[in-house]
Design a protein around this ligand. Structure first.
Ligand SMILES: Cc1ncc(COP(=O)(O)O)c(C=O)c1O
Length: 304
């Protein structure tokens, strides 16, 4: 029985579970000094993970792509995530798993292979990619001047902490009174935003980019739901000019689900209010949370 206060969230770091406020990493960790980390985020709704296996699969791939080995099996990481949520007691949570490069085992080594990789996990109260009140009215999005870092420089399918371009875009959007930002590549094809994928709907047809973006689990869920609901869709190149003339649009993220877009740059989308395709998909998305294939209840009792 623990006497620590986990009510603000719980974390696993350096091999121990601690209250979130006590979770620390070294300033010498390459995860900090070089942003040399991969991560994943899964949400817990009403006491259950949504699509945990898909998040674990993506996390395993991200680690492999960056040659990270945290010395734990994926089953051990799954159990660790259950434990960190159970300790927090949270029924609705933002749950992160982070693999950090760590510190070189040989002092002063500049060889990434010399570093002792390690796992950090944490569960904190639910976090939305845009605030709830913005979700209600629909997000106003700016297309940034800054281009997304090219895929050839850093593979965006590896979920990572290289957020320099996204942060620059966010500053521009907020300075100009928008809620968030969309980045295009240097050739003006749409990529993604800070923490979300983007969908454009035109004439009842759904479009989403095929490159320059993370293969979001929410995006994958939405595409599966399009198939189930008979909504036509394409995954391919989406030009900035095409996005700008969308009838309706939405963004997807584990931090909030399927979120309506009201405005892109200075244009209010003509179907922003009704957003018929968005509404069907959002409803189906939340219904999917009860699907036993995707729903994994937390073993709260096991760690009481
Ligand atoms: C850059 C980026 N794109 C897209 C997404 C959406 O992915 P998911 O639906 O798996 O949360 C995220 C998630 O945080 C992200 O960080």
């Amino acid at each position: 029985m623990t006497t620590q206060d986990f009510s603000r969230g719980a974390a696993y770091v350096d091999g121990a579970f601690v209250p979130i406020g006590d979770a620390r990493i070294s300033v010498l960790d390459w995860g900090f000094t070089h942003s040399d980390a991969v991560y994943d985020v899964v949400h817990v709704v009403d006491g259950a993970f949504f699509r945990l296996q898909a998040h674990l699969d993506r996390f395993r791939r991200s680690m492999a792509m960056r040659r990270m080995d945290v010395g734990m099996t994926m089953d051990e990481i799954r159990c660790n995530l259950h434990e960190v949520v159970a300790l927090s007691g949270l029924r609705d949570a933002y749950v992160a798993m982070v693999a950090l490069r760590g510190r070189p085992r040989i002092y002063g080594s500049r060889r990434p292979a010399d570093c002792q990789n390690h796992l950090v996990t944490y569960a904190v109260p639910w976090v939305d990619v845009v605030p709830r009140e913005v979700q209600e009215r629909g997000a106003r999005l700016k297309i940034a001047d800054v281009p997304r870092v090219p895929d050839a420089c850093f593979d965006p399918t590896v979920k990572n902490y290289q957020w320099g371009d996204l942060t620059t875009g966010l500053f521009q959007a907020h300075d100009e009174g928008y809620d968030s930002v969309i980045l295009c590549d240097a050739d003006n094809y749409v990529t993604e935003g800070p923490g979300f994928n983007i969908f454009s709907v035109w004439n009842g047809h759904v479009w989403t980019p095929d490159h320059g973006c993370l293969p979001g689990i929410t995006r994958a869920t939405v595409l599966e739901l399009c198939t189930e609901l008979g909504i036509p869709f394409s995954v391919g190149r989406l030009r900035r000019a095409e996005l700008e003339v969308s009838d309706e649009a939405f963004i997807t993220s584990s931090g909030g689900g399927v979120i309506r877009v009201q405005q892109i740059n200075d244009r209010i989308l003509p179907q922003a209010e009704e957003s018929p395709v968005f509404k069907r998909l959002r409803q189906a998305y939340w219904e999917a949370h009860r699907d036993p294939r995707f729903h994994e209840p937390i073993g709260y009792h096991a760690y009481a």
